[in-house]
Design a protein around this ligand. Structure first.
Ligand code: GLY
Length: 286
């Protein structure tokens, strides 16, 4: 699925860039980029997500505005095709930051986001993946969180013409997860963070170790100490391995437009664009 991932991140980049080009904010750009990946069955977000132990899609998402530190998050939603849009509604239209499960779905519906059936988010590839996994549970128990088990959370970071940064992350979580399990992706500072004074970060990978280190905030704070995002992202991914034997990936962007991309998973697909440069790829660690 290498080409599918590459196309997916390129399409997301194009959507984010279109938002910026029409004068949209960094928040608009990250939301629109993530929507494209949620709609793309290649990734573990929206339709096509990994299934939980009960064979359901259960998703988490967060979006954060670096200018105001406003944030919106949803956890364990089952009937929203684009959880990042529900998260954006929470950021802009609620005094709260975080909604879960039925309460999140109710908030979304009351704010114009259509609800779908959980079955609409399930695809045959994931039914088969779960069936295969559960039929070899003993064999798989040890490698549940191995780097080779796909972690396909999606994320975006952006800087707009006004100098503001934002980040968004969306996921279906881990394969065969317990119903109700929440990962890092939708937790502020863990799977997503944005502050104009530090940096905007989005992470992918095994959620539990990332949560323990509050890794997105950890990396952003190091940018505030004067380090380049490129260095801070690499340090964060190293720290994840050294401190809690975790693995994952991170994109990190500061308000000066400096970017960092790092991962310890075997591969990670990424794409970026500035007014001067555009690039995309799948980097490998093997
Ligand atoms: N990073 C996605 C998750 O563990 O839920």
């Amino acid at each position: 699925m290498v080409e599918a991932h590459l196309n997916g991140v390129r399409n997301a980049l194009a959507a984010g860039w279109r938002a910026l080009n029409r004068g949209g904010s960094a928040l608009d750009a990250v939301e629109e980029a993530v929507v494209v990946m949620e709609n793309d069955e290649t990734f573990d977000a929206g339709r096509g997500s990994f299934l939980n132990h009960d064979g359901k899609v259960q998703m988490d998402a967060l979006i954060m505005d670096g200018a105001t530190l406003r944030a919106g998050g949803v956890g364990c939603v089952e009937r929203i095709a684009n959880p990042v849009c529900a998260a954006r509604k929470i950021l802009s239209e609620s005094p709260h930051v975080y909604f879960v499960a039925e309460g999140a779905e109710r908030f979304a519906a009351e704010h114009g986001i259509p609800l779908c059936r959980n079955e609409d988010l399930i695809i045959p590839r994931e039914v088969e993946r779960l069936r295969e996994y559960q039929s070899h549970l003993e064999q798989h128990r040890a490698d549940l969180f191995a780097p080779t088990i796909s972690h396909d959370t999606v994320g975006a970071v952006a800087l707009d013409a006004g100098g503001d940064i934002a980040a968004a992350t969306s996921t279906g979580g881990t394969l065969n997860k317990a119903p109700g399990r929440l990962g890092d992706s939708s937790l502020i500072g863990c799977g997503c963070y944005a502050d104009n004074k530090t940096a905007a970060a989005s992470t992918t990978g095994w959620g539990e170790p990332i949560m323990k280190l509050v890794l997105a905030k950890w990396a952003s704070d190091r940018v505030a100490s004067g380090n380049a995002p490129e260095w801070a992202a690499a340090e964060a991914i190293d720290y994840l391995k050294i401190r809690v034997n975790g693995h994952g990936g991170m994109i990190l962007l500061d308000a000066r437009g400096r970017l960092g991309i790092a991962h310890s998973t075997p591969r990670m697909a990424w794409a970026f664009k500035t007014s001067l440069q555009e690039a995309s790829g799948i980097t490998r660690n093997d």
